[in-house]
Design a protein around this ligand. Structure first.
Ligand code: PRP
Length: 183
């Protein structure tokens, strides 16, 4: 385990099981649809989750990326959201969309993204979230595919960072408070 990690919250085995379960649900839900499936990976944190999840989806799918930020530099959300990278396609009327997020916290990011995508002609927008911190919610968000509800701890690894570090850890761990308290 990394020395800055207090404990492992979700190990590699459990992460794989989560991806398998969610991948099957998504495949089954869209298998008979007339529309194409577009996975929208929200960078950067969802990169690894998306890569693992899409390999558990056994129907044709496309992938694209968006980047939206709601956090300040540190550990506290600042509530403002802006899109710094957008999808290539603007007309989404031929697609069912599944937004893939690593973590749902205040909900500000997803609330904004869903509003933006709803305005682009897409009837079906579903939400797939690996980690859900319901205690922190400020916006009403309905999660269609949920990995795991977690406590309000600072989590790192499997795509999640603190100051851009730790994304490459293969598990989700809890960051030792002294790491961010001393900075
Ligand atoms: C994180 C996470 C979500 C968002 C969730 O992204 O990946 O997109 O914050 O927070 P919210 O529910 O309070 O809006 P972050 O802005 O840290 O960017 P990153 O994925 O590039 O690390």
């Amino acid at each position: 385990m990394h020395r800055d990690c207090e404990r492992i919250l979700i190990d590699e085995k459990e992460l794989k099981e989560i991806c398998k379960r969610l991948g099957k649900q998504i495949s089954d839900d869209f298998r008979d649809s007339d529309k194409k499936l577009l996975l929208v990976c929200i960078l950067k944190g969802s990169l690894i989750f998306t890569a693992d999840l899409m390999r558990e989806i056994d129907i044709p799918c496309e992938i694209d990326f968006m980047k939206a930020s709601s956090y300040g530099d540190r550990t506290i959300s600042n509530g403002t959201v802006h899109i710094s990278l957008d999808l290539k396609k603007q007309d989404l009327s031929d697609y069912n969309i599944v937004i893939i997020e690593d973590i749902l916290d205040t909900g500000n990011t997803l609330y904004h993204l869903i509003n933006v995508l709803e305005g682009r002609g897409c009837d079906t927008i579903k939400l797939c979230v690996l980690l859900d911190k319901p205690e922190r919610r400020e916006r009403p968000i309905i999660v269609d595919y949920e990995g795991k509800v977690i406590p309000d701890e600072f989590v790192i690894g499997y795509g999640l960072d603190y100051n851009e570090e730790y994304r490459n850890l293969p598990y989700v761990g809890i960051l030792k408070p002294e790491v961010y308290e001393n900075n």
